[in-house]
Design a protein around this ligand. Structure first.
Ligand SMILES: Cc1cc2nc3c(=O)[nH]c(=O)nc-3n(C[C@H](O)[C@H](O)[C@H](O)COP(=O)(O)O)c2cc1C
Length: 388
């Protein structure tokens, strides 16, 4: 209360529209300056936990709404309608950041247009032993082998009950480590049914490299069984998506896309982290999934492939190595209807979403487009050059 009395007017001064662009830029530069010290002083796992606790605390304060003006950016042209929902802007928090939905009420105040919580598994599980998250600063990347550490589906039900963000909320589902691959569909179905009323869309995650055997579920027979059972338990036809690995061959991606069509999935999330290590400057050798800049080109390639293969008929959420508005524009014009960020947000800081949205607005001006929707897959549409 006392802090709120001081913080609210201070934030309001800070977010005064005449000064905040200048201040946000200054704060962003400060973040870049102190980032090496911050990264050096904290181990990534506990830094992540502290960040989530801080965000959860902030979201509960009466002045939290004042942050909208500092981190948010509104342009009606960036709003879209997809799967019967309104997405205030195309930038979402990727899965894995807020596995237990601790900070679920904070994301809308940080400029995000949607958030995806999880991966949640049927059973609570501790994940892999520490250390399991590594920063590769010279590559603007991270390697993680978290192993789906989460409090389980029942705890997520408790956390989300009575707690509805203003922005669309996705729930990302995975398989518990103790569940054999043959029974994977039981696990997904349990979490899906328990959480059904609490999410706006659901994701079948079969692409994490950190649960032994999980990626084998991308094979058509196993995946088909999961899709069929979940769709049979989907009376409201809520959007069901699948998240795929960037390491699949293009033929294997085609097989997943065909299954999506067969089972009427709503879309694909491309991509999860990679087990590849190509082009890294860092000598660090750790097992796990690589995210950030080194993933960017491959994830865009996968998005472009799916968009072209489906003629743009299967919506794609693009994720992998997005740091700037230019990166986001590349993903969208390659076929992504929405995008998500994780590693970039760690490196660039909380002003990143705003910066991305400003750049996207400027792109719409340059290309004389009425809405971002018109930019989806633009690379593949032979239209006259509209920039002149
Ligand atoms: C520490 C960490 C944990 C992650 N955990 C999950 C997860 O639980 N479920 C999931 O679907 N993706 C998870 N991801 C993958 C991200 O959602 C995203 O697909 C990937 O990092 C690529 O995006 P980026 O380059 O913006 O980080 C995780 C990524 C990181 C870095």
């Amino acid at each position: 209360m006392c802090i709120g009395w001081f913080v609210r007017p201070t934030l309001e001064r800070l977010t005064n529209r005449y000064t905040f662009i200048r201040r946000a830029r200054r704060l962003m530069n400060v973040y870049r300056l102190v980032r090496p010290a911050l990264f050096g002083a904290t181990d990534p796992d506990s830094a992540h936990g502290q960040t989530l606790s801080a965000l959860a605390w902030i979201a509960g304060q009466p002045w939290a709404g004042a942050l909208d003006r500092l981190f948010g950016y509104t342009d009606p042209r960036l709003e879209s309608k997809l799967w019967g929902m309104t997405w205030p802007n195309p930038v979402g928090v990727a899965a894995g950041f807020d596995k237990n939905a601790e900070a679920v009420m904070a994301w809308e105040h940080l400029g995000f247009g949607f958030a995806e919580v999880g991966t949640v598994t049927r059973h609570a599980q501790p994940g892999n032993p520490l250390p399991r998250l590594f920063r590769l600063a010279e590559d603007e990347a991270a390697i993680n082998r978290m192993g789906f550490n989460n409090n389980g589906a029942d705890a997520l039900v408790q956390r989300l009950t009575g707690c509805k963000p203003r922005i669309p909320l996705g729930i990302n589902l995975g398989k518990s480590k103790i569940t054999p691959l043959e029974s994977a569909s039981d696990d997904y179905l349990y979490s899906f049914e328990r959480l059904y009323g609490l999410g706006d869309y659901f994701v079948v995650n079969v692409s994490s490299p950190n649960t032994p055997g999980l990626r084998e579920l991308q094979a058509a027979d196993r995946l088909g069984e999961i899709f069929a059972r979940l769709q049979a338990a989907n009376p409201q036809n809520k959007p069901l998506l699948v998240k795929i690995a960037p390491d699949l061959s293009l033929e294997a991606i085609d097989a997943v896309v065909d299954l999506c069509t067969e089972h009427q999935l709503a879309g694909v999330i491309a991509t999860n982290t990679t087990i590849g290590r190509g082009g890294l400057k860092s000598k660090l050798q750790e097992a796990g999934g690589l995210s950030g800049k080194p993933l960017q080109a491959r994830s865009t390639e996968v998005i472009a492939h799916i968009y072209q293969r489906t003629g743009g008929q299967l919506p794609i959420i693009g994720v992998g190595g997005i740091f700037t508005g230019e990166d986001a524009w590349e993903k969208i014009t390659s076929g992504a209807s929405l995008i998500q960020v994780y590693t970039g947000w760690i490196y660039e800081g909380p002003w990143m979403v705003r910066q991305i949205l400003r750049t996207l607005s400027a792109k719409l001006d340059t290309f004389k487009l009425a809405s971002l929707n018109e930019a989806v897959g633009l690379r593949f549409r032979s239209e006259p050059d509209r920039t002149n």
